[in-house]
Ligand binder design. Structure first.
Ligand code: COA
Length: 246
């Protein structure tokens, strides 16, 4: 039995903990499959009012497992894209607690969260172009919408690392806190949301998001086609192979 994803259900909050710290919580196929199962369960559960996704006070998520990108071929069905779709269409509040590495999908998944807590040691990075890839998770739509096209270009095409303070200034993070306070702060917020009237919360959330919902689905599909083409190209495979030769 894999324990790469841990869950805990309390007071209406489903806490999902990424638990692959030896690989900086890089998400592999099995982890995506488990995430899909937990999100699907939370979606229909009468008891769950809110999901909190976290790593620990030192590491959130180093993005997709790069090994899976090397293995990918024309016939592959990347589990990441199934998770991304579920994420983009999720119906309940989603809170994230970020610390340390938040790379690739470790950052783009935050664009689908309702509240993001980031520790001062967070390091956000969107290295798609550097890897010979393109944006995913509707980030090519959501990031420019949130921070403007020029900044989005800077973060997604140049792929520079940015801090919790910068993410806060850009409006991508609600609260910056000390690493040792991160998980407690995020849990407190999730529990507070879970105590609010359920229908009103879900309705309000849906209304906040509905203007962009159709667009998100369309963009995700377009990105998936391009991502799949690029991940199967020689340039991308060569760049990623270098990562494991360091
Ligand atoms: N996929 C697979 N393995 C990964 C990984 C990833 N995305 N990120 C980290 N790892 C592994 C490393 O290979 C290393 O494994 P090893 O101990 O068996 O050699 C281990 O996790 C620790 O990583 P390391 O690079 O030594 O940690 P660090 O603290 O120096 O750097 C990162 C952390 C996140 C900055 C760095 O690991 C990194 O850049 N990872 C790749 C991120 C990425 O490009 N993700 C895909 C985005 S689309």
């Amino acid at each position: 039995m894999s324990n790469l994803i841990l869950t805990d259900e309390q007071d209406g909050v489903l806490t999902i903990t990424l638990n692959r710290f030896d690989k900086k919580n890089a998400l592999n196929d099995l982890m995506y499959q488990q995430l899909c199962q937990h999100f699907n369960y939370a979606r229909v559960s009468e008891h769950i009012r809110c999901i909190l996704i976290q790593g620990d006070k030192n590491c959130f998520c180093a993005g997709n497992d790069l090994e899976d990108f090397i293995q990918a071929d024309e016939d592959s069905d990347l589990a990441a894209f199934k998770f991304i779709k579920i994420l983009g269409d999720f119906n309940k509040p989603l809170i994230a607690a970020v610390a340390g590495a938040a790379v690739g999908i470790g950052t783009t998944m935050l664009l689908h969260c309702d509240m993001v807590f980031a520790a001062t040691n967070s390091k956000f990075k969107l290295p798609f172009t550097q890897l010979g890839l393109c944006p995913e998770a509707a980030s090519s739509y959501l990031l420019p919408l949130r921070i403007g096209a020029n900044r989005a270009f800077e973060l997604m095409i140049l792929g520079d690392t940015f801090s919790a303070e910068q993410a806060f200034t850009y409006g991508l993070v609600n609260k910056v806190c000390a690493p040792e306070d991160l998980l407690a702060n995020a849990q407190q917020c999730a529990t507070r949301i879970a105590k609010l009237p359920k229908d009103a919360v879900m309705t309000g959330r849906r209304l906040i998001r509905q203007a962009s919902q159709t667009q998100i689905t369309q963009v995700m599909n377009d990105e998936a086609d391009e991502f799949f083409r690029l991940v199967n190209g020689k340039e991308c495979k060569d760049i990623i192979a270098q990562f494991f030769k360091r």
